[in-house]
Design a protein around this ligand. Structure first.
Ligand code: UDX
Length: 438
């Protein structure tokens, strides 16, 4: 089976490598020549565990190819996936220019039946726009070629992308033609050994499913962060509350961890976009608007705690160490990360910021330039510091040598934004310790 995937970002590259792994012949297409040249040499532009090996292995096997020219390869494919970016516009709506550009190119070059599948996260109604854009170009050329559109949203998580793709909880496919449904069923058949479900539905419902899923997950987090903040005021412990409510099977245990706010390329963008879709349709999504507000506030919680710890004393000139810059562990992605908000507030206050992250240092330098001090490891970051702020729960931060840290810090103050440390343990080592929701 020949398939092409347009866009070699997270979703495109992971999908391409994983489909190739099941035996399909995959061509990944991107307009970025440097990126494609690097990929051909096995250089992966992102940090994602296991992705390098999978790409190199399938390139060697001849099942994974790269190209910068969709027109060259379009008529050899049974399916083309669009996995290009849909960055938010200024008003929060998803910008569809890349998706529609791909559709136009397909229409300009298509000479035989094709299934065009949108994998990018796009608002309800986009697949219809894709159909119209392709048809318009075909009509211009006066050619009568059959094609179908489908929607196949991707639910993979950064840092766990390969596993999520190879053994997903479910695959959602919005498709309205039997011919296309048959082809997509064939493509996903190799995954059936993993016992997961393919859920077929109409196209608008599939498009909506992706936004609803991410919005529901973001809602759980903001809800728990809200409860955590209240726990602090009334003397409750959010971790105990989480265990208490999570054991109700209707609620479930996952995704209930209070922290210093959610980030990443998906939740903030998708929540905004769904709010916008509703507004455009004359409806106000009140719950989601609150989810967003709560998250914005939560990203400032660590700074507020720091200020309280200094009892109104000025923070100017204080040396503040940050552990974790990526929006979550196992990624170098800093998009919408809490660290960005915290760094800005600290710098505005006149603090000296030292930072360490196992993977995101390069990305942080790209964004923050020389405004902060980059450290080679977690211990260097706390040397002489007046406070340590844990912002991302990387595994290597879980069991630090508190004795050594206590000796090297100027003030023994730890603010834990992901609730990974034990208060008693820290207090025994002579630290003042604050976390979220206790
Ligand atoms: C998310 C969805 O999980 C995925 O299905 C979708 O395809 C893309 O968006 P991702 O952005 O990779 O994936 O990250 P995820 O692991 O979901 O975490 C998002 C954010 O929520 C992180 O900042 C994380 O720290 C935060 N989070 C997560 C919490 O604060 N508490 C939790 O309990 C879980």
């Amino acid at each position: 089976m020949n398939i092409a995937i347009v866009g070699t970002g997270y979703v495109g590259l992971v999908s391409g490598a994983c489909f190739a792994e099941t035996g399909a012949t995959v061509t990944c297409v991107d307009v970025d020549e440097n990126k494609i040249e690097a990929l051909k040499k096995g250089i992966i532009p992102i940090y994602e565990p296991g992705l390098d090996e999978l790409v190199v292995k399938n390139v060697r096997a001849g099942r994974l190819k790269f190209s910068t020219c969709l027109p060259d390869i379009i008529n050899e494919q049974e399916i083309v996936f669009t996995a290009v970016g849909t960055p938010p516009d200024e008003d929060g709506s998803a910008d569809l220019k890349y998706v529609l550009q791909v559709a136009k190119t397909i229409g300009e070059n298509l000479n035989r039946y094709l299934v065009v599948v949108t994998k990018s996260t796009v608002p309800v109604g986009t697949s219809r726009k894709v159909y119209t854009a392709i048809k318009k170009e075909l009509d211009k050329r006066g050619v009568d070629v059959q094609f179908d559109v489908a929607s196949n949203p991707e639910f993979l998580k950064e840092g766990n992308a390969i596993k999520d793709f190879m053994s997903p909880d479910r695959v959602v496919i919005g498709v309205e033609s039997e011919r296309a449904k048959k082809i997509l069923t064939k493509l996903y058949k190799p995954f059936l050994i993993n016992n997961f479900r393919v859920i077929f539905m109409d196209i608008p419902s599939a498009e909506m499913t992706k936004y609803a899923a991410n919005s529901m997950l973001a809602t759980r987090i903001s809800f728990m962060n809200d409860i955590a903040n209240l726990c602090e005021l009334v003397g409750a412990d959010v971790n105990k509350v989480r265990a208490g409510i999570g054991s109700d099977t209707r609620i479930g245990r996952k995704f209930l961890y209070a922290g210093c706010g959610y980030g990443g390329s998906c939740f903030p963008k998708d929540v905004k976009a769904l709010i916008k879709t509703a507004d455009d349709n004359g409806y106000s999504l009140e719950v989601l608007k609150a989810v967003e507000r709560v998250n914005e506030r939560q990203k400032g919680v660590m700074f507020e705690k720091l200020k309280r710890s200094f009892n109104g004393e000025s923070l100017a000139g204080k040396k503040i160490a940050l552990w974790g810059l990526a929006f979550k562990p196992e990624t170098d992605d800093m998009r919408e990360s809490t660290a960005l908000v915290v760094m800005k507030k600290l710098l505005d206050e006149g603090c000296i910021v030292t930072a360490y992250d196992p993977e995101a240092m390069k990305e942080c330098k790209r964004i923050m330039g020389d405004s902060i001090i980059y450290c080679n490891d977690m211990y260097e970051a706390v040397n002489g510091a007046d406070a340590l702020l844990l912002l991302t729960e990387w595994k290597e931060f879980r069991l630090p040598d508190w004795e050594a840290i206590g000796r090297s810090m100027n003030r023994k103050l730890v603010l834990d934004g992901r609730n990974i440390y034990d208060k008693e343990d820290l207090n025994e080592h002579g630290f003042e310790y604050h976390c979220i929701g206790k």
